[in-house]
Design a protein around this ligand. Sequence first.
Ligand code: NZQ
Ligand code: ZN
Length: 381
Amino acid sequence: MYDFEFHNPTRIIFGRGKEESIGPLLKDAGLAKVLLVYGSQSVKKSGLLDRVKDNLGRRGVSYVEFGGVVSNPVLSHTRKGVELAKAEKVDAVLAVGGGSVLDEAKAIAVGALAEGDIWQFFTGKEIRAALPIYTILTLAATGSEMNGNSVVTNEETRQKYNIASPLVYPKVSILNPQLTCTVPADYSTYGAVDAIAHVIEAYFTKKPGTRLQDRLVESIIKTVIASHNVILKEPDNYEARAEFMWTATLALNGLTPTGVGDCSFPNHMIEHSLSALYNIAHGAGLAIVMPAWMRWYSRQHPAQFERFADRIFGVQGAEAGIAALEKWFQEIGAPIRLQDAGIGADDIEMIADNAAGLAKLWGIDAVYSKGVIADVLRLAT
Ligand code: NZQ
Ligand code: ZN
């Protein structure tokens, strides 16, 4: 066990109908006016947006609406949200939606209290303040509801970069699994792939040992697989949606990499270029990158891959474990090769060039040069 600090300040309120507590929560926190951030259609279609507005109204919490967040949120729209939050002098930001809505809301919360352009924080400037953030999650996948990350794409430079700060952990996140029952099969699948990706990054890149963390990760992966298999057959199955939702939160709330020492996020580094350049879903990009990266990395570090094969799929040998994961990705409808997402091999150098920028920003460019990233991507053809 290596030394670590663990502090997760987000209060989670989990269960059926729990979104009804949002008005009282904001009122009790002394927040009079919020920026209500949401996406395109789903919260209107489900009636959730109207219910939230009605709930706020009844408690005397005023709100300014800011809809139109797209999947893979973009900088231009985020900037508009920052302007609106400043002009309206809101006290807090309330995000109602999936990870994209939460991420953009977090960036707006930072920009609202900062001078200058919000993008400077995505390229390394320290965050010193943020408005309080509250969330009602409608899609389980990213863990954004209980972490201090936000990922936004700069459409001009085609960079998909993130901020990471203790100041953007939500104060409260409301998780009602019923709200996720309308998530279509494809995005449910991308969420399952994403949750697995979140735990395997440290599992494979850390030093050997740390049995507790290995077992936590293995439990998360097995629960994702079991619950998602039920969700695909029975989208309205509350227990499966609930189990998956909390599992996805735990997959990226800081718990699993505690005490493992150094680890890195190379699959995410490479994937962010795929979703930045081709606007594909994050989980779809990960399903393409992960088996390729695993094949590349397992050559140097076979032991943990042998363990993975045995514990997750009951098969022997690193390649058998990777093949089993890849097969499951295919069964649940995820792409597993670049061409499955319409990306040609001719683009590999350009993708690697884009990803090399993020590798540098994350300080992993000594291992992940442009050439190495291209080698990994070639294993995805
Ligand atoms: O815009 P609407 O109409 O709401 O549609 C959304 C969107 O089209 C829809 N949706 C959401 N909830 C729904 C629903 N449809 C039906 N019923 C519901 N209950 O689903 C589509 C995808 O939503 P999105 O929020 O984009 O998905 P997800 O939660 O997977 O978020 C993906 C974004 O999060 C980033 C990704 O890179 C990507 O930009 N990530 C954020 C992380 C973080 N903050 O820690 C970590 C991750 O690694 C990831 O990078
Ligand atoms: Zn992810």
